[in-house]
Write a protein that binds this ligand. Structure first.
Ligand code: F0G
Length: 465
């Protein structure tokens, strides 16, 4: 079946555009074994052993399958300390899509963020974004600067069907650029907007943000982790963009920016890696000075030569239309099935994950009794599915130690790339339906032990009642 036949709608079934070459066994535990495992883990999904999970939807970061050609590229990895051929292959592949003058390899996305804000951040400054991912926000704040989220109103409304819910509120951005003139070192746009449900940003919005930045004389950076999924949404949803080559759309997105940060653990299809890129020579010089302190020499940064090769190959696969059509359709397949079954989900379905609205599904569990945690534990106990609470557990603790409900209580089902088949997804749908049917019987949780920061990773919980 060709991509063209799919586009004409001749056949409905989404098939994985690959076949399996090497398999990993999954352990089929019993419900009693899972109940024991989650109790031992203090009802925290992060504390489970991965071996005790059947379908792992905790994250799409670094958990995907590499291709035959990526494994072959790994064999080509040249581990020369300086000027390795693998570095040149990496640099060529990155600049083919993102033609920035300087490319600085890091071990993952947050290392690029730390270096970037280590150079441009300082107390008294403010960095606007559609929505900062939590490591980006943490790195902005660690520099002493303030991180501000300015996503359009539709991006905060789970039920809005706006096609580009990741867009920046350009009016609010222009007002901030005027009121804080001289205090904005750069504007950041996250594509797709992970914290806002994996929702895309349109080219039209990027052009308007670019114009606002130009008027204020402020550079624009992309947090481009899910650039290929964003470009596919542009091709599918933005007037005048259908039929365009995704790689071309990516180059246009990059041409509107002055630089970028990247986690190669997402769309570049790798298990590790990232980079910082920019056009500004002075910024690049200072960034490389920080790079050699904690990451490595500029032609490998935080990576081995073999990782650079895997990224170079992964980038060419990330913009394949057959791959992206399957990727976006298969995520939508899960989300639409849950929606049809009456499970409340964030709409439209995003690129890399489906977000279940636990507050709506468990209205009898108040936010401070963590409905998202309750749902995530139930999905694990019932079917061995590991998901991630994105709600009051993750965001509800204030710096003074008191608590308040987060804006939403969501559970994210993130889809690792090229890893699970349609029958895995059909199974996930069945488990979600069963848990949703019995949602009335699920109770809340209390936290019995928590660290002062980022408590969701290590907190221990106990069921109430
Ligand atoms: N930016 C975005 C939008 C991200 O989603 C992530 C990671 C990062 C930056 C940081 O990259 O992990 O390589 O240091 N997101 C993962 C997730 C962890 O599960 O959504 P990193």
């Amino acid at each position: 079946m060709t991509g063209e036949q799919h586009e004409r709608g001749e056949f409905r079934t989404i098939i994985e555009p690959f076949r399996i070459h090497s398999v990993e066994p999954l352990v089929m535990a019993t419900r009693a074994e899972r109940e024991e495992a989650i109790r031992e883990a203090g009802f925290n999904l992060f504390s489970l052993r991965a071996q005790d999970v059947l379908v792992d939807l905790l994250t799409d970061s670094g958990t995907g399958a590499m291709s035959r050609d990526q494994w072959a590229a790994i064999q080509r990895g040249d581990e020369s300390y300086a000027g390795s051929p693998s570095w040149f292959a990496f640099e060529r592949a990155v600049t083919e899509l993102f033609p920035f003058r300087h490319v600085i390899p890091t071990h993952q996305g947050r290392a690029a963020e730390r270096i970037l804000f280590g150079v441009v951040g300082a107390p008294g400054l403010v960095v606007p974004s559609n929505t900062h991912f939590d490591t980006t926000r943490a790195n902005v704040e660690a520099s002493g600067a303030e991180a501000v989220d300015l996503v359009v109103a539709e991006g905060r409304d789970p039920a809005s069907r706006h096609p580009f819910k990741g867009n920046v509120d350009v009016g609010a951005l222009s007002a901030l650029l005027a009121s804080r003139a001289g205090q904005v070192p750069l504007v950041m746009v996250t594509v797709t907007n992970n914290s806002g449900g994996g929702q895309p940003v349109s080219l039209a919005n990027l052009r308007e943000v670019r114009a606002a930045c130009d008027r204020a004389g402020v550079p624009l950076f992309l947090d481009a982790c899910r650039f290929a999924e964003n470009a596919w949404f542009i091709r599918e949803r933005e007037p005048g963009q259908s039929g365009r080559d995704v790689a071309d759309i990516v180059r246009e997105m990059a041409s509107l920016a002055d630089g970028m940060t990247m986690s190669a653990k997402k769309d570049p299809m790798c298990n590790i890696g990232g980079w910082l890129a920019c056009n500004d020579d002075e910024l690049a010089r200072q960034a490389r000075n920080l790079l050699v302190l904690t990451e490595g020499f500029p032609t490998y940064g935080g990576l081995a030569g073999r990782d650079l090769e895997a990224i170079a190959q992964g980038l060419s696969e990330a913009v394949s239309h057959d791959y992206l059509r399957y990727r976006i359709r298969s995520t939508a397949y899960l989300g639409e099935a849950l929606d049809r079954a009456g499970v409340p989900v964030v709409l439209p379905i995003g690129g890399h994950a489906v977000y279940v609205d636990a507050r709506a599904l468990l209205p009898h569990v108040p936010p401070l009794e963590y409905p998202g945690q309750s749902l995530a534990v139930a999905l694990y106990e019932r079917g061995g599915i590991r998901s991630c609470e994105i709600g009051t557990v993750m965001f509800g603790r204030r710096p003074d130690g008191t608590e308040e409900p987060a804006a939403m209580d969501l559970v994210r089902l993130a889809i690792p790339r090229r890893t699970y088949t349609q029958s895995h997804v059909d199974y996930v749908i069945e488990v979600c339906e069963a848990v949703a049917r019995d949602a009335g019987s699920l109770g809340g949780y209390r936290i019995v032990d928590e660290p002062p920061q980022l408590r969701h990773f290590t907190a221990r919980f106990a069921p109430l009642g």
